[in-house]
Design a protein around this ligand. Structure first.
Ligand code: PHE
Length: 337
């Protein structure tokens, strides 16, 4: 009898697997679980068996019935899911190994932001479609100022523009929060560039700004060195060169000693031993004033880190176009997990 029951179990399993529509599954159900089924026949004969045999055969019959009934239920579920075209998502299926990863620019941005957050900076954002005032006038770049030429701007038909830098976030934050202030603003910027290996019309910057009483250039250097130390895991030598931006005075270009050749001179630093990393400077008194902050009481510094460049440096990406290409194979070569 045990052998018979096991055979029934195997036969039922095969028939359930082979049934692919509701009707045939229901037929299997009545064959194996109905009143006239072979299992029912076995159950009817139980009364003629000894108590011990009854226990064994009865238990086995019930087990097999339950097993068949579960398999039928499962099969009906599968058929229903398919036929009703429900999107069925099985969370238990093993995932493809390729689970994706953060974009190199996002990784670098998160690193810098987390360092600044520890120093008390708050994260702010601004729109990519910006008003002319926030992108230029509020930053002391008047309508016909030649400095506008440095940032070949995409103007929109609605009179707005695609922001050419993240500096408008300075103005918005000063207006919103006043002084004292510590902000960091990562974001996408746009300029009309001829594309080549080091120029893109869409790139990422990270703006930083501190306003408080008695803020000096020393504070600026300290913050920058802290960021660099955390990112490159060692003390990085920096130097300031004069640089012109209408919204800072004095304005600087901050260079770091080339990390590839340690300042000896190589193709990356074009033989100079130094690499330009970020423009910065002390906030121009007019910029403070425009946003309602008294320059006689407060001073500040601001910097704009080129995140795209930083990511290229960190991951050894020679062509800037890779970053916006969405080409997974190229991006994978950065080794980001
Ligand atoms: N916004 C400037 C640019 O994109 C960089 C900058 C930021 C300069 C902050 C000084 C201070 O060119």
């Amino acid at each position: 009898m045990i052998e018979k029951l096991n055979k029934i179990r195997e036969k039922a399993k095969i028939e359930i697997t082979e049934s692919n529509d509701e009707q045939s599954v229901l037929k299997v159900k009545s064959t194996y679980l109905g009143k006239e089924s072979e299992i029912s026949e076995v159950m009817k004969q139980l009364k003629d068996l000894s108590i011990d045999e009854k226990k064994i055969i009865g238990k086995l019959s019930n087990e097999i019935k339950n097993e068949i009934s579960d398999l039928i239920k499962e099969k009906l579920d599968v058929i229903e899911a398919k036929s009703s075209k429900k999107v069925s998502f099985d969370h238990t299926l093993p995932v493809d190994k390729d689970t994706g990863s953060l974009h190199p620019v996002t990784v670098v941005a998160e690193e810098v932001v987390s360092i600044l957050k520890k120093m008390g900076f708050i994260i702010v954002t601004g729109p990519e479609m910006e008003n002319e005032y926030y992108n230029f006038e509020g930053l002391n770049v008047a309508k016909n100022h030649p400095a506008r030429d440095m940032q070949d701007t995409y103007w929109l038909e609605n009179g707005k523009l695609l922001r050419t830098h993240t500096s408008p976030c300075q103005v918005r934050a000063m207006e919103k929060y006043g002084a004292p202030l510590r902000i960091v603003a990562p974001g996408r910027c746009f300029r009309n560039e001829d594309l080549d290996a080091s120029h893109e019309n869409t790139f990422f910057q990270l703006e930083g700004m501190v306003i408080d009483k008695e803020v000096s250039i020393n504070n600026l250097i300290y913050v920058m060195k802290n960021i660099l130390k955390d990112i490159y895991n060692k003390d990085v030598e920096v130097r300031l060169r004069p640089g012109f931006f209408p919204f800072v005075e004095p304005g600087f270009e901050l260079d770091i000693k080339c990390l590839i050749c340690d300042g000896k001179g190589c193709p990356t630093c074009k033989g100079s031993g130094w690499v330009e990393l970020c423009p910065c400077g002390m906030v121009h008194p007019k910029v403070l004033e425009y946003s309602g902050i008294d320059p006689n009481v407060y001073s500040g510094f601001a910097f704009g880190i080129g995140l795209t460049r930083m990511a290229m440096f960190k991951y050894n990406i020679a062509d800037i176009r890779v970053l916006n290409s969405g080409n997974i194979n190229s991006l994978k070569q950065t080794g980001i997990e």
